[in-house]
Design a protein around this ligand. Structure first.
Ligand SMILES: Cc1cc2nc3c(=O)[nH]c(=O)nc-3n(C[C@H](O)[C@H](O)[C@H](O)COP(=O)(O)OP(=O)(O)OC[C@H]3O[C@@H](n4cnc5c(N)ncnc54)[C@H](O)[C@@H]3O)c2cc1C
Length: 108
């Protein structure tokens, strides 16, 4: 697995680094960037408090699961009632006794 660091459009090369920190330049004719997305963090006070999570990858899911196991919360709120939020709300009903979802709109 290599991480892209720099795009050089003039010489049509990208600089990539591997997990050992060794970097190389790789040439391209056409460049497609498909680096995914990150969770939208709305401007809400307290977002960084313990017990508040965003969900994107396995690490986020594991952190949430560890918190539930360790702290045994009695209720949960899911902010965002899109398909992931609804799925999370369903999953949390099996792990937390009172689970509710809350729909908010975030401009983007
Ligand atoms: C909780 C959750 C559940 C989901 N469930 C479903 C589902 O059931 N069905 C469904 O169809 N979709 C589901 N989705 C949506 C689906 O996961 C995404 O739509 C899909 O993964 C997007 O694919 P992608 O290739 O655009 O991005 P990603 O899958 O995010 O892939 C981007 C890749 O780019 C890599 N990358 C980032 N920066 C660099 C860099 N500088 N250099 C090199 N590599 C880099 C990342 O490490 C990653 O491997 C779910 C999403 C979430 C968050």
């Amino acid at each position: 697995m290599k991480q892209m660091l720099v795009i050089g459009p003039d010489n049509k090369k990208v600089k990539v680094v591997d997990k050992n920190g060794c970097s190389t330049n790789v040439g391209y004719d056409r460049l497609g960037i498909a680096t995914g997305a990150v969770s939208v963090e709305p401007d809400i006070e307290g977002l960084q408090l313990p017990g508040v999570f965003t969900l994107r990858g396995m690490d986020d899911g594991s952190a949430m699961q560890n918190y539930i196991t360790k702290c045994n919360p009695k209720s949960a709120i899911v902010i965002g009632a899109g398909c992931i939020g609804m799925e999370m709300s369903d999953a949390l009903t099996y792990r937390v006794s009172k689970s509710r979802w809350l729909s908010i709109s975030i401009p983007f």
